[in-house]
Write a protein that binds this ligand. Structure first.
Ligand code: ZN
Length: 414
């Protein structure tokens, strides 16, 4: 989406602030020979280098900080399971801005002052729990800061306090839903809606949570480096997530070349903060795959939308000069009702030295193997544009794994 004049005014200030006051950006721009005086028009943003989590790790712990210590009121940190964590400082204004965005998300998801908001994401260095809490409080709803785990207590509070809104990851929402159904407590629970973190999750899981709890589900998106959760949310139309373009500028880039992509095309989400003070970020690569949705939403909200997160750039499969994402394969399988949601991708090189993709899928009992294989092949060709081989196996034949990467076997370089 092209930057608006209004965004550009904020952007220029934010860029100057970053370039002058943040050690990280000062060094980066010096290194790359960037003069911020050269950024004169809306399009000039593409002249600026992109950064990501790996760059921020190099200036651990606080090399990103762009304000004096007395202005910093809090820090958060992304999980450090793979290497050094990323520490993000916040000013009082940053905390307020984040809370305001989160409150907007809740409002779009239909939360009102009358609601009781049961918050199960973690508290502490992680941004999730406290983000939901601040949003609920700013909206004037009643926040229940539960945190994760202790299912016994969660269910007790859901019943005794009659919570109406559940904030959770998709896996925890499913666990609670199953437990409530298992114990036959559905009638004692008053949940109406769920605000669920938008990691990539299937429709089948969503339908199960909605069905078992009888609630409407809204996706929420965010990342610690850009405040935390709450930078976008799905509305009642459930056709993409609205994001707050008065605070953030979203670009979609080709993860391979770094070139900006037009609206509607799938690529990597890259975010520029427009008002963030303690840790401004310019063209920050999220490594999340999505697309910007052109046109206005029929809900009437003027904020632009992006699609649900379709995967991570790390999960990208490259074959015959085409990039394929797990989310696209899941979409193909959704087209063919005779398949389960399980699949395995085998990349190999044929005797003709040409690469090919074999997609192993599971077909429902009683359906002829060839019919399912043909249907998947056809759908793949139409949706993704390349011809593949398909092998249909009986239900349960493929290994079940939480990790998407385990679904891809690359034999090409063996
Ligand atoms: Zn909408």
């Amino acid at each position: 989406m092209k930057m608006t004049e209004e965004q550009f005014e904020k952007f220029k200030k934010s860029l100057q602030h970053a370039a002058e006051d943040s050690f990280f950006y000062r060094e980066l721009y010096k290194d790359k020979g960037i003069e911020i005086g050269d950024i004169k028009t809306l399009e000039d943003i593409t002249k600026l280098p992109m950064t990501d989590k790996y760059d921020l790790r190099r200036v651990y712990p606080l090399g990103i900080q762009a304000v004096p210590d007395e202005k910093v009121v809090r820090i958060h940190s992304s999980s450090g399971t793979t290497g050094q964590p990323v520490i993000i400082p916040y000013t009082e204004n940053d905390v307020e801005t984040w809370g305001m965005m989160m409150a907007r998300c809740m409002k779009v998801a239909g939360v009102t002052k009358q609601d009781r908001v049961h918050i199960t994401p973690g508290y502490g260095l992680w941004t999730a729990g406290i983000g939901f809490q601040r949003g609920a409080e700013m909206l004037g709803a009643m926040a229940l800061p539960m945190g994760p785990g202790n299912t016994e207590k969660q269910i007790k509070f859901l019943m005794d306090l009659q919570s109406t809104v559940l904030c959770a990851t998709s896996s925890y929402a499913l666990l609670l839903a199953e437990e409530i159904t298992h114990r036959g407590l559905k009638d004692k629970i008053k949940l109406k809606r769920g605000i669920v973190g938008s990691e990539r999750w299937g429709n089948k899981m969503r339908n199960r949570i909605m069905g078992e709890l009888g609630i409407e589900i809204y996706d929420i998106y965010g990342l610690t480096e850009i405040y935390g959760p709450g930078i976008s949310v799905s509305c009642s139309k459930h056709n993409g997530l609205h994001y707050w373009d008065d605070q953030l500028y979203f670009e979609i880039i080709d993860p391979e070349t770094g070139k900006s992509l037009p609206d509607g095309e799938l690529g990597e989400l890259t975010i520029t903060t427009l008002t963030k003070e303690a840790a401004p970020l310019i063209r920050y690569r999220t490594h999340d795959l999505t697309r910007l949705l052109p046109g206005e939403c029929s809900c009437g909200l003027r904020y632009p939308r992006h699609d649900i997160i379709l995967g991570r750039t790390d999960d990208m499969i490259k074959i015959k000069a085409v990039n394929i994402y797990p989310g696209q394969i899941e979409d193909v399988l959704k087209d063919v009702p005779e398949t389960s949601s399980e699949y395995q991708v085998v990349l190999d090189r044929g005797l003709d030295y040409k690469d090919f993709l074999l997609l192993r899928i599971e077909s429902m009992p009683g359906i002829e193997k060839e019919i399912v294989e043909r249907a998947v092949k056809q759908s793949f060709k139409t949706r993704i544009g390349i011809a593949i081989q398909v092998e249909a196996l009986p239900i349960g034949a493929l290994p079940r794994s939480e990790k998407k990467t385990a679904r891809v076997i690359d034999k090409r370089y063996c």
